[in-house]
Design a protein around this ligand. Sequence first.
Ligand code: TYM
Length: 327
Amino acid sequence: MEIVVSGIRPTGNLHLGNYFGAVKNFLRLQDEYKCFFFIADWHSLTTHPHPGDVTVNVRKILAEYLACGIDPEKAAIYVQSDVKEILELYLFLNMNAYLGELQRVTSFKEKARKQPENVNAGLLTYPTLMAADIIIHKANKVPVGKDQEQNMEMARKFARRFNTIYGVDFFPEPESYYFTGEAVKVPGLDGSGKMGKSEGNAIYLVDDAATIRKKVMKAVTDSGPTEPNSVKPEAIENLFTMLKIVSSPDTYDYFNEKYNCCEIRYGDLKKQLAEDIVQFTAPIRERILEISADVAYMDKVVAQGAEKARESASRTIKEVRKIIGFK
Ligand code: TYM
């Protein structure tokens, strides 16, 4: 049976990028495979969150996972820090991870640039912790968005390296999983780049209708094309990408046609896009509010998830200890 593992950092609420890049595929995979979906609370420590926020943020993501439809009867839903076996594997993997290769990871370089006062070793070894998360369950498939490609390459490299160093065929090489066969990048609506919390351009699943409308109406546009069938500048392309993701093909074709014959009215496009986002998120938002109020249920879910995850993780780590030479 193929194994699926993926996680999200609890640094705030889930946004449309998290949903369409990752969670949507969790939902598709949970019916068919053995799935482990976790909340990466250790990973969130690289930016030194306030202690009071750690539990609160874990609960947020948990309620949102459940509200999206991840089913604790089908998949193990757990909190990373409940599975200490991951740390032991993290240590082992760090012994075979080299300073040079870790320093070359693009997201490390970016973070180091953004937070020069806090270039900590956790940031540097972020890819080994992520690899440990994945291979602790001997995963084959990892549903993630495009921004995780390099981390996934590192995970494969560390899995391969372990097998080579110890002359075993123990860890499978985990593949990124994209339902469409292509990596998904949900754009921001502020002109360039991806949607992200730290980019300050995110639309959250929990946002109410008025907030969503306001955010979408603020999206960056231009004065419109002057030549038929012009290439779309990035900000406009991003709006169309969002339409493709959340609206119907007819809606997309309608506005695309209008663009191509220079009759586009961005205000109309944004209004339609906002309504389509609201229609999609409103029922999820309602469930988030319901589930968040039921702390006992959430506690039960994570306890049950931790048990399933630990069972799988401890099986792997026992084998790993033996392979490395601990008897
Ligand atoms: P994180 O918490 O930044 O994001 C969670 C997931 O959402 C996806 N995502 C996006 N996809 C498309 N477009 C976007 N704009 C967008 N923004 C976010 C991410 O690709 C990711 O799939 N390192 C991971 C967390 C992690 C993990 C793991 C993932 C830790 N251990 C093991 C998989 C397996 C991260 O920071 O994701």
